[in-house]
Design a protein around this ligand. Structure first.
Ligand code: ZN
Length: 259
């Protein structure tokens, strides 16, 4: 959908009710790239500005597992921060988050940690964290989650391959990193009932989608809503996203069956 139209609707959309946990979704924290048609790169300057907004506006920044206990009648919306794909530029973001004292979850892909990428997908050329970097993030107190074994569209994966991608990623990450990996993120945000069941079967506690929205219930969830932050978002867009004025996009995603 055209960004101008999105902004116009966000301007008139009501703010979401208070409470719940809003999970922010980031990819690379880096300078703009002309090939980045999906605006996956948020500049360091913008990221700093956004973390400053969270601090100055008094948002409680909580670990992702807070969505397991998101139901709250009258509280202030809490915010969790997540990163997908394990780009090397996320190390800079982690250092900044440490300064702010904010927790975060980094969803990594073993294939990328191994340094195996494809030049066909523009974002795979941006450089990724390695295994020792992922271990270092955990040592610093951040969570590392699984984002599948090789980053396919899981809806296209048949039985054994699906389990390898979902359950295999968890087993491998836990073996090599030596810690529990209870959180999952669907590549491209794509899943269906069969994929969701595979994630539950693999023993994950929760799984993140790419569908916009707030999380306001408690208990295990394999359809956690996230709020994606784009490189093109200015401060006003970011504040509106925090206030839920882009949550209508979740219905749009649902209609287009991209979630
Ligand atoms: Zn991804």
């Amino acid at each position: 959908m055209k960004r101008v139209l999105s902004r116009t609707i966000a301007h008139i959309a009501p703010r979401a009710s208070v409470g719940g946990v809003r999970v922010l979704m980031y990819h690379a924290i880096d300078d703009p790239d002309p090939s980045d048609s999906m605006a996956l790169r948020v500049s360091q300057q913008r990221f700093l500005e956004q973390m400053t907004v969270l601090r100055d506006e008094g948002y409680g920044v909580v670990p992702l597992r807070a969505v397991l206990d998101a139901h709250e009648e009258n509280g202030r919306t809490r915010v969790a921060i997540t990163f997908d794909d394990g780009y090397r530029s996320q190390e800079w973001a982690a250092a900044l988050l440490r300064d702010f004292g904010f927790p975060a979850t980094f969803f990594v892909v073993p294939r990328f940690l191994d340094g195996v990428t494809s030049a066909k997908t523009y974002s795979e050329t941006w450089g990724h964290l390695g295994w020792s970097d992922a271990a270092a993030l955990m040592d610093e107190g951040f969570d590392v989650g699984a984002h599948s074994m090789t980053h396919p569209d899981l809806k296209t994966c048949a039985g054994v391959r699906l389990d390898e991608e979902v359950s295999g990623a968890r087993t491998l990450l836990e073996q090599r990193l030596g810690r529990s990996v209870p959180h999952f993120s669907y590549p491209y945000g794509r899943y269906d009932e069969r994929v969701r069941m595979a994630v539950e079967r693999a023993g994950y506690q929760l799984a993140c989608t790419s569908r916009h929205g707030l999380n306001q219930s408690s208990g295990p969830s394999y359809t956690v809503n996230r709020t994606e932050v784009y490189g093109t978002d200015d401060r006003r867009d970011f504040v509106r996203k925090l206030q839920g004025q882009y949550d209508w996009l979740g219905y749009w995603h649902h209609l287009r069956r991209t979630s």
